[in-house]
Design a binder for this molecule. Structure first.
Ligand code: GTP
Ligand code: ZN
Length: 306
């Protein structure tokens, strides 16, 4: 039978079979994976083939279908190995707030760059709309302009009041969507809204070092009652790491990608080269300074890391 992996806890996987039943599955022997050294051969979001064991209660995964994309993070102890957090995403949703806590533009841009590098379309969801003052709403307008002009759809919602939830439902309907966001932005509250009865634990904003609150680091896939799936990644705030080479970073800023063919040098990295179309666009106001700041920040961070 075929199915979709909804949960992984190390050696056991929960698979939603195409018969709509759930199966607890294991892996036997070696599953062949193309070109990726990962600590987990099977990830949430994977489509798999599996066969029931003689006990008719558990099953064995015999094949993982090719992934259209996946997000990874470095394994904690084996630095060369990676952990696949989730696979086959249709959408990466970043839950953002402008207050309590404020999500920085740098964080948003890093998320978007990573999503581009993984080849996953991204959207921004501004939560806690009910808290926005008049000034806050103006900032929100600016952010909408900034990101929608580049091509990232933006939505504003209130998980607490239930505002604009239907709009969001239409966007994520029938897709596999990953939800990310800083602690305290209301990710769990929003998921509880989208999946009534789910009752994920929500709480007061916790200290990042408060490990007890984030014991689960395994992603989990939930079915949306109106169609589609939602992947929650408790304890994982960022979109993992994509290995981005400096020279290709500009490709992951769509507004730079659109014009960089006009740079004088074809190996231009848009830092200080003469005849750089990106720097020219920045000067003309066609590229937002905050976006270019993020570009530089990622560019130079990568240098110190390498
Ligand atoms: N005013 C307001 N508060 C909200 C809204 N959504 C969530 N909150 C509050 O923000 C706090 C954090 O919400 P959670 O849903 O626990 O946030 P989270 O992003 O899941 O945080 P972690 O569980 O720490 O990852 C809680 O006190 C919520 O009640 C909203 O739309 N408006
Ligand atoms: Zn350039």
């Amino acid at each position: 039978m075929q199915g979709l992996v909804t949960k992984s806890t190390g050696s056991w996987y929960t698979v939603l079979g195409d018969d709509e039943s759930r199966y607890e599955c294991r892996i036997k022997g070696k599953l062949r994976m193309k070109g990726l050294v990962s600590t987990n051969p099977v990830a949430v979001g994977d489509r798999v083939d599996f066969e029931l064991e003689p006990d008719q209660e558990t099953a064995v995964i015999s094949k993982v279908h090719d992934r259209k994309n996946y997000i990874i993070r470095k394994s904690i102890n084996l630095s060369k190995q990676v952990q696949i957090i989730a696979a086959n995403l249709d959408l990466a949703c970043l839950v953002v707030t402008l207050a309590s806590p404020r999500t920085s533009l740098g964080f948003i841009d890093r998320f978007l760059v990573t999503a581009e590098a993984y080849g996953v379309p991204a959207i921004l969801i501004f939560n806690k709309l009910d808290l926005f003052s008049k000034e806050g709403l103006e900032i929100l307008d600016n952010y909408f302009d900034l990101y929608q002009n580049i091509g990232y759809p933006c939505y504003s919602v209130s998980a607490i009041k239930g505002t604009n939830i239907e709009t969001l439902e239409i966007v994520i309907k029938d897709k596999i969507s990953l939800f990310s966001g800083h602690s305290g932005v209301g990710k769990s509250s929003l998921i509880n809204r989208l999946i009534p009865g789910k009752e994920l634990r929500t709480g007061e904003i916790s200290d990042w070092s408060d490990m007890g609150k984030h014991t689960t680091t395994f992603a989990e896939l939930f079915e949306l009652p109106f169609g589609g799936k939602l992947i929650d990644t408790p304890g994982i705030r960022e979109l993992g790491i994509a290995d981005i080479e400096k020279y290709e970073l500009g490709h992951f800023f769509p507004e730079m990608r659109a014009i960089m063919n006009n740079c004088k040098f074809n190996n231009c990295v848009h830092i200080n080269e003469p005849g750089c179309a990106v720097l020219q666009a920045l000067e003309n106001g066609d590229i937002e300074p905050t976006r270019y700041d993020s570009y530089q920040s990622i560019y130079f961070n990568n240098e110190t890391r390498a």
